[in-house]
Design a protein around this ligand. Structure first.
Ligand code: NDP
Length: 472
């Protein structure tokens, strides 16, 4: 039985490998060049220390990222003494974290979506994903908005009524929780890696490069699942990562109140702008099934560890900073940031909406009051099938090829600017997002170019800039 299953998997791998030469390039690379390999090993080794460094700098150096380095350079401190002052793993944090993750698993798996039945316009319940390289269309239970609402309703009920735990619980256990998040991040990535070899969900959608580090980091399986519904990508990206984002911010807000007796307008601004982004994500979770994360990325350390550790710890640095530096903005400063954040959000949302509408209606829609213009394309999937597609060239998609990223970057800059100009730590986010999204542009365009060939060239001639017209 086992031998038969193995033979089937091996032959599926060989078949996929024979077809890959003729079919388009999906997801991550087949071949790993030296630069990618060194970057991957560098990230595997250093990314956990980057997260540690930022969180430690807040805990021990009032969010100064230069001070620990200066002190080390001048011999006023040592790595060992920094480490000795760092809160260690605690069983109470492990208990909190285990309850949190188990609760999110329960909501994800056991509570089918009912919000789409009561909220007009919301698309939830069972939805189709995009076609995978092997030609499959997976089904997903979209219940993220419901999970977010239930979790936050319970959080608020606890804070105002039940008092089972302090609303500052996340801040108070922030570093011990980081050790737990790392344990989960590494466990899930290692499990996904082993699973891809031993019992892949769909072996034809696996990618092996022959390089163990690259496979571990960028993932082998495309849509690993346990059972019919537990989808690793959808679960780890959305919950616990993104549901936690707004709870972490609320915990920071509660800590500010506890420490200073009031909440600053900058903290409210960060909470509001990031909550809009998070709620938008869950409101459009069905749309998220069509984004690069789900459609093209494989599930490895990059997504597994990234969703458990990098996202909750580094995307929330602004709120953490404001606990240590309670900045009160002038009205003008506050309004300017609010405007930047809202305009960025509007561009981000409208651009994503235009593509979604255009693709959903197969071009039979109106964009900015007119019939959309587009370029007809065709591509071949790994099963040899020829499919047709369209690339929109009007609306925001005629302004630049990734104007949704431009809006995202404007919103990201707004979160950072809400923290004033006292320290550079809160600006890490905009630097990181710029690198992430520029890299994403390049990798997406490389993939699209090999997917659509000369039709992609026609598209880039029609829309020549990537992010900012006339600049890049
Ligand atoms: P997009 O939503 O821009 O999707 C890119 C894909 O869309 C391409 O691979 C191609 O796929 C298709 N496409 C490209 N050009 C066109 C066109 N002109 N007309 C129609 N389809 C086109 O990218 P992402 O999935 O990266 O991002 C989605 C959103 O998520 C963005 O707004 C981004 O800012 C945000 N994001 C946020 C992150 C965060 O950490 N905060 C991280 C990553 C993304 P196909 O093969 O189907 O043709």
């Amino acid at each position: 039985m086992e031998a038969t299953r193995r033979r089937t998997q091996d032959s599926a791998r060989e078949k996929a490998s024979a077809q890959r030469a003729q079919s388009v390039q999906w997801g991550r690379s087949w071949e790993v060049d030296w630069f990618s390999l060194i970057s991957v090993i560098g990230l595997l080794c250093f990314a956990p220390f980057i997260v540690y460094y930022f969180v430690m700098a807040c805990d021990q150096y009032q969010c100064s990222i230069g001070q620990p380095l200066f002190e080390l350079y001048r011999g006023e401190t040592t790595l060992l003494s920094i480490w000795a002052r760092t809160p260690s793993f605690t069983w109470s944090a492990a208990k909190i974290y285990a309850i949190w993750v188990a609760f999110q698993v329960f909501l994800y798996i056991c509570v089918p979506d009912f919000t789409h039945k009561i909220i007009p316009g919301y698309v939830g319940g069972v939805q189709d994903g995009a076609r995978t390289p092997a030609g499959l269309i997976n089904k997903y239970e979209i219940n993220g908005l419901q999970c977010w609402l239930i979790t936050h309703a319970l959080w608020l009920a606890n804070a105002h009524y039940f008092h089972w735990f302090s609303p500052t619980i996340i801040f108070d256990n922030w570093i011990p929780l980081m050790w737990c998040a790392n344990i989960l991040g590494y466990t899930v990535s290692t499990f996904a890696f082993i699973k891809a070899y031993c019992f892949p969900t769909n072996s034809e959608d696996c990618k092996f490069t022959g390089n163990i580090f690259y496979n571990y980091m960028m993932g082998i399986e495309f849509n690993p699942r346990i059972g019919k519904w537990f989808d690793f990508k959808l679960f780890f990206n959305g919950r616990p990562g993104i549901v936690a984002w707004t709870l972490i911010n609320l915990s920071y807000m509660a800590k500010q109140q506890e420490l200073y007796g009031h909440i600053t307008n900058s903290m409210i601004l960060v909470n509001v702008l990031q909550a809009i982004y998070v709620l938008d994500f869950f409101w459009n979770e069905a749309w998220y099934l069509k984004t690069i994360d789900i459609c093209h990325d494989h599930f490895g350390w990059y997504l597994g560890w990234g969703d458990c550790v990098w996202l909750p710890y580094l995307y929330t640095l602004q709120g953490l900073y404001l606990v240590y530096h309670p900045v009160q903005l002038s009205n003008g400063h506050m309004l300017a940031i609010l405007l930047l954040g809202l305009v960025g959000y509007y561009i981000f949302r409208s651009t994503n909406h235009q593509k979604d509408l255009f693709r959903r209606t197969n071009g039979s829609c109106s964009i900015w009051g007119r019939k959309p213009t587009y370029i007809d394309c065709s591509y071949r999937s790994a099963d040899g099938g020829i499919h047709r597609s369209k690339l929109l060239t009007s609306g925001f998609w005629g302004v630049s090829r990734h104007f949704n990223y431009t809006g995202d970057l404007m919103g990201s800059l707004a979160y950072c600017a809400a923290c004033g100009f006292g320290h550079i730590l809160p600006y890490f986010y905009i630097v990181y997002m710029t690198i992430l999204l520029v890299h994403r542009c390049v990798r997406d365009e490389h993939r699209c170019s090999s997917k659509y060939g000369k039709e992609w060239k026609r598209y880039t001639d029609a829309v020549p800039y990537r992010l900012i017209p006339g600049v890049f």
